[in-house]
Design a binder for this molecule. Structure first.
Ligand SMILES: *Cc1c(COP(=O)(O)O)cnc(C)c1O
Length: 480
């Protein structure tokens, strides 16, 4: 496929405009310095060239609307299209961020009601809906933790993070000025309590924990973990990026968490990927409410407005966040209802355990236990045939599936060559069975015809780009 520039034909146009009857000089209206006199290097193509080019490009992509996309720790699920339609309503899309409050009461009420729902789901006392992503929510959360200790006159400098954590956790902590201290995982894939006790001290702000953790496993000793952190005056941070396992089943507040972030763009009906618009809503318990960023939405009698918490960490984003993501989340919560949300989590958990049970014979799991919304398998048994987990993932593309997350979580000696599958609640038994069948076929191929895997994928436009270089020097053309 050619670049659109290569399809350019001199003089070809895709538009026709009326003759320019403007009299006078443009520089009377636009200052000289702002005028660009250089001709633009744009492709000269017709409308049909443009439409065909981009339609073709869009078909080279693979998304949730094409098929199964079991990327662990990502919740790549189907999101109802009706929520997109609702989010595109005029009064949502065209509301001006500087409108007088009386003109946008409905929009403020939506934010207020969404916050009420998130409070109910998590048990937290107050939420900010401002952060634009999970990582942004983590930064806001860790800044709140920092300010909480500074405000007491006892700043703390370290942050505990399990070795199974999502990479954004240590990155956000470091950005908030903390020194990151790693906590080991034990043989059942949970936080090693002894290691935690040894590392927690009075200079440590707390622990950033994902539960179920990034291996899809519930932290069985969560109450003890909370006790260790709280008894040294620390705070327990919950990375709730993927809440699919807990909706209506466990409330993070009751598990001892002081602060949480939720990715509305994973669990709450906004498709994500490629850094598209998201919301990393941050919820806190009472003792941290004063530190939240502003503006917070408030309700005074029947009037919705904004308020500024007295010890706020400040502003973290322009205006009010990615508003349409909030609309989708609210619409989804309302359409599901309380029972529906619980069903989501049950289905997500059952789907993941179904895959685990069916595949752990061929792709030995590092842990002998039930999982939550995602499961960890490994390709370690195929190393003796010269096949890496990477090859297994690549081969899946030939069977029409997006590969799951691989090499994550990764902590030796328990978890290596990992394959992490998150089927989500959207998928039918037929889809899961087809995936399972493909995986089992691949396991046979690995033993008998490993070359097939090492050169996979065979039917994509580009097969094996240099993994590191591909992000810096993308390959934009291919032979048709
Ligand atoms: C996705 C994810 C994040 C980061 O969220 P972004 O919106 O991509 O910044 C953090 N933690 C976990 C566990 C995640 O799955």
């Amino acid at each position: 496929m050619k670049l659109i520039y290569e399809k350019s034909v001199e003089g070809r146009v895709g538009y026709s405009l009326p003759k320019d009857d403007f009299e006078g000089s443009i520089s009377d209206f636009i200052p000289e310095y702002a005028l660009d006199t250089q001709p633009k290097e744009l492709p000269e193509v017709s409308e049909v060239d443009v439409v065909r080019h981009f339609t073709k490009l869009s078909k080279l992509n693979y998304g949730v609307d094409d098929g199964f996309y079991p990327l662990g720790s990502c919740t790549m699920k189907y999101n109802p299209k009706v929520n997109e339609i609702i989010a595109s309503f005029d009064n949502f899309v065209n509301a001006h961020p500087l409108s007088s409050l009386e003109f946008v009461q409905g929009n403020l009420e939506l934010m207020y009601e969404l916050e009420e729902s998130l409070k109910e789901i998590t048990g937290m006392d107050r939420f900010t809906l401002l952060p634009s992503a999970g990582a942004h929510g983590e930064l806001v959360g860790t800044l709140i933790m920092r300010k909480y200790f500074e405000d007491m006159g006892k700043p703390r400098h370290k942050m505990l993070i399990p070795d199974s954590a999502h990479g954004t956790n240590p990155a956000s902590s470091a950005m908030a000025g903390f020194q990151v201290v790693e906590v080991k995982s034990n043989e059942v894939g949970n936080v090693d309590l002894n290691d935690l006790v040894q590392k927690m001290d009075e200079d440590t702000a707390g622990l950033m924990l994902t539960n179920p953790n990034t291996a899809g496993l519930f932290e069985r000793e969560i109450q003890k973990i909370a006790e260790v952190i709280h008894s040294s005056g620390g705070l327990l941070y919950y990375d709730g990026a993927n809440l699919n396992a807990l909706l209506g089943i466990v409330r993070p507040s009751e598990a001892g968490f002081d602060i949480v972030h939720l990715n509305l763009h994973k669990t709450f009906s906004t498709p994500h990927g490629s850094g598209g618009p998201g919301v990393g809503a941050v919820g806190v318990k009472k003792h941290l409410v004063d530190f939240l960023p502003y503006p917070l939405v408030c309700k005074c009698k029947d009037y919705f407005g904004f308020e500024e918490p007295i010890k706020t960490i400040g502003k973290v984003r322009a205006f009010f966040g990615n508003f349409t993501v909030l609309v989708k989340a609210y619409a989804w919560i309302l359409t599901m209802g309380a029972d529906g949300l619980k069903e989501v989590s049950k289905a997500a958990i059952i789907n993941a355990n179904y895959i685990l049970k069916k595949l752990k014979g061929d792709f030995r799991s590092p842990y002998d236990r039930f999982c939550m919304h995602e499961c960890v398998l490994t390709g370690r048994d195929y190393k003796e045939f010269g096949v890496k987990t990477l090859d297994i993932a690549k081969r899946l593309m030939d069977y029409g599936f997006h590969p799951p997350t691989i090499y994550f979580p990764h902590f030796e000696p328990y978890a290596e060559e990992t394959i992490m599958v998150e089927p989500t609640e959207s998928e039918s038994k037929e889809t899961l069975d087809a995936f399972i069948e493909a995986m089992i076929k691949i396991s046979e191929e690995a033993k008998t015809s490993s070359e097939l895997l090492k050169e996979a994928p065979h039917n994509t436009y580009i097969s094996r780009p240099d993994e590191v270089k591909a992000t810096k020097e993308p390959i934009l053309t291919y032979k048709e």
